[in-house]
Design a protein around this ligand. Structure first.
Ligand SMILES: Cc1cc2nc3c(=O)[nH]c(=O)nc-3n(C[C@H](O)[C@H](O)[C@H](O)COP(=O)(O)O)c2cc1C
Length: 223
């Protein structure tokens, strides 16, 4: 598979087959992705991969915590800026509407939408999950570099026939995850990622999110 193909076919996969990924495969995947660049080669990321009982323990933790408060726990690093502005606000709205349309869940059916969203906290039944841990002392540059590592993993997953869904939603359980994974004092979970063989027949995996045309985001000078 060439890189363009991997980039074009990657989607956020939100339904998976019941097919395991082995430890050897996970190790190889992580080792290859470690070639991702980072400023000063700082390699600011740390990952925790969970499957089987370890994954189930995280799912149960999430269920218990979200039963206490469905909004989760406070964080000083919210998923989106407050009052997201245009055009980003509309992009966000649009992809949500497109997803629920694929699932046949109308806007009025808030309960079903919430129920679907809560599948995030079961990793959409993926057999593997990865958490990306970063040291809070790192600056915005290192957060960006961690994102590059994540995208490298997502593309390498495509090559392996796997699907991925990055899951920043786990940010609403940062204090609990920190305790659960016994993170260092200055460490925090930035994001999760569900990983597995995609259920290509599932309607949610038919979603192809849109992108703004190049002229809207790119300035090309001096050609
Ligand atoms: C860092 C990051 C965090 C994300 N968090 C979530 C999430 O918590 N739950 C979810 O369903 N999708 C999540 N997404 C998926 C985005 O909604 C998705 O990438 C976007 O709509 C574009 O769709 P595509 O990935 O299918 O191209 C996340 C994506 C990124 C890059």
């Amino acid at each position: 598979m060439d890189v363009s193909q991997a980039v074009k076919q990657r989607i956020s996969t939100r339904a998976f087959l019941d097919r395991q990924i082995s430890e050897a495969e996970v190790r190889d995947w992580l080792e290859t992705a470690q070639r991702a660049p980072s400023g000063g080669n700082v390699q600011p990321w740390r990952v925790i991969a969970v499957t089987g009982a370890a994954q189930q323990a995280v799912i149960e933790l999430a269920q218990a915590k979200l039963a206490e408060d469905p909004k989760g726990e406070a964080t000083d690093r919210p998923i989106y800026p407050a009052d997201l502005w245009e055009p980003h606000r509309s992009y966000r709205f649009r992809v949500g509407e497109m997803m629920y349309e694929k699932l046949g869940i109308p806007r009025e059916d808030k309960a079903k939408r919430i129920q679907w969203f809560s599948r995030n906290f079961r990793f959409f039944d993926a057999p593997l999950a990865v958490f990306f841990v970063i040291d809070e002392r790192m600056g915005h540059g290192q957060w960006a570099h961690t994102g590059m590592f994540m995208q490298t993993l997502a593309l390498l997953a495509e090559e392996r026939g796997w699907g991925t869904c990055m899951q920043e939603c786990w940010g609403i359980l940062r204090p609990s995850l920190k305790e659960h994974f016994k993170l260092g004092e200055t460490e925090m979970v930035y994001c999760g990622m569900a990983v597995g063989y995609p259920d290509t027949d599932h309607p949610v995996n038919q979603l192809r999110s849109e992108r703004a045309p190049v002229y809207e985001f790119a300035e090309l000078n001096g050609f």
